[in-house]
Design a protein around this ligand. Structure first.
Ligand code: APR
Ligand code: PHB
Length: 392
């Protein structure tokens, strides 16, 4: 098989890139190792930055998001038994976020693709990218037990953190930056309406807690737990009790709504950046190039930023023969990626309790939160980071 752009991975990065290239008339093929049901059900994040929602709309993939997604104009910080609301549009010149699950974004993009877009092969596992430094790179892959090659002009590695595309960048040119955190998130989905209309980020001496949602009837919540925790170690009742403790407040109107837990899982926290994001005719995008701790909900949004940048670059090359945006791709994306790493690490440090935290550290965290609650400049900085850095 031959195509202009070979795309490895049908997560949000690969699917949106395929859609943007289809729109621009740049022919492309998407290879995905898993089956459709798996890709459509994998539980991931659910907060779309302002620019991400706009990018999905511009790609013609915003219709159901605009109908079913929940626009959120604020988040709550809870600390020291206090509640503080951050008014996002008031601090950012009108920007907000949208609660719409990544699974739904993927379903919408898959439906568009199968309805007249380019080829999307499920159960097609990329084995290796070859010839990235040449004018004719190829992706070796296995589909239905048969090995084949996809001959391309360009390859986009959108195959997530555990993909194979990154391996095609020689060690001599790769620089890897990373950090692990000594805690993880225990996440639940529960069939109960959210206890509050907006997300609640709670800092507590017992550890961080986050109250989120997937819809008006489904709660999503997280607890900071020690690294290495297994989800089965926590009963549903223990999880609700712990959420109740960490969300404690002097506000008598507050109550936590409990309900049946339908899913439970543990996510490790990690920061990772691979530089550069381009090698020859191979581009890395999304989790294939970088991971952020989930505290700022930046993972999906960064992936969208990468592929919007990449689609523009490949389209300019295709239409005008101009490679300048291709040459700028890695630099353009890494600037935004490092801003997101900085933001996510800072928010993680502000809200989580390290295993070796001292009372001094606790006071510094509380002072940081108090500063956000009391100084518009600090609050604006948080709101700008949360609603997202511009795509350009
Ligand atoms: N061949 C083909 N497909 C592969 C291969 C391979 N060798 N390895 C991985 N894949 C597929 C995975 O099955 C997955 O569907 O690549 C896709 C990568 O998707 P994601 O992991 O979702 O990564 P990305 O599209 O970059 O999305 C960004 O943001 O919210 C965060 O981590 C979260 O998934 C999210 C990410
Ligand atoms: C989620 O709903 O999954 C979620 C929300 C906000 C975050 C992280 C995850 O910061």
């Amino acid at each position: 098989m031959r195509t202009t752009v070979g795309i490895i991975g049908a997560g949000p990065a690969g699917l949106l890139l395929g859609r943007l290239l289809d729109d621009a008339g740049v022919d492309n093929v998407v290879l995905e190792s898993r089956d459709r049901a798996y890709v459509e059900q994998r539980q991931r994040a659910g907060i779309l930055e302002h620019g991400t929602a706009e990018a999905l709309r511009a790609a013609g993939a915003g219709e159901r998001m605009d109908r079913e997604g929940l626009p959120h104009d604020g988040i709550e910080l809870r600390f020291d038994r206090r509640r503080h609301r951050v008014d996002l549009p008031a601090l950012t010149g009108g920007r907000n976020v949208t609660v719409y699950a990544q699974t739904e974004v993927c379903k919408d993009l898959i439906a568009l693709r199968l309805d007249g877009g380019g080829p999307l092969l499920f159960a097609a596992e990329a084995l290796a990218v070859e010839g990235a430094e040449t004018a004719a790179p190829r992706v070796r892959y296995r589909h239905r037990g048969r090995e084949s090659a996809l001959e391309c002009d360009y390859v986009a590695g959108c195959d997530g953190f555990r993909g194979v595309a990154r391996e095609a960048v020689p060690e001599a040119v790769s620089r890897v930056f990373g950090r692990t955190f000594p805690f993880a998130w225990l996440g639940i989905l529960a069939d109960v309406p959210p206890s509050h209309g907006e997300l609640v980020y709670a800092r507590h001496d017992r550890g961080f807690a986050l109250l989120s949602m997937r819809s008006p009837t489904v709660t999503r919540a997280y607890l900071q737990v020690p690294d290495g925790t297994h989800a089965a170690e926590w009963s549903d009742e223990e999880i609700w009790d712990e959420l109740d403790r960490r969300l404690e407040t002097d506000d008598p109107s507050w109550t936590l709504h409990r309900g049946p837990v339908t899913a439970k899982s543990v996510t490790p926290l990690r920061s990772y950046v691979h530089e550069p994001m381009r090698h020859g005719r191979l581009f890395l995008a999304g989790d294939a190039a970088h991971i952020v701790p989930p505290t700022g909900a930046k993972g999906l949004n960064l992936a969208v930023g990468d592929v919007v940048t990449l689609a523009r670059a490949l389209t300019l090359r295709h239409e005008k023969g101009d490679a300048s945006l291709i040459d700028a791709y890695s630099r353009t994306c890494l600037r935004r990626v490092w801003q997101a790493e900085r933001f996510s690490c800072a928010l993680t440090a502000l809200l989580h309790r390290a295993p070796d935290a001292t009372p001094f550290d606790d006071r510094v965290q509380l002072a940081g939160l108090d500063r956000i609650a009391g100084a518009r400049s600090a609050e604006t900085d948080l709101a700008e980071g949360y609603t997202g850095f511009p795509l350009d």
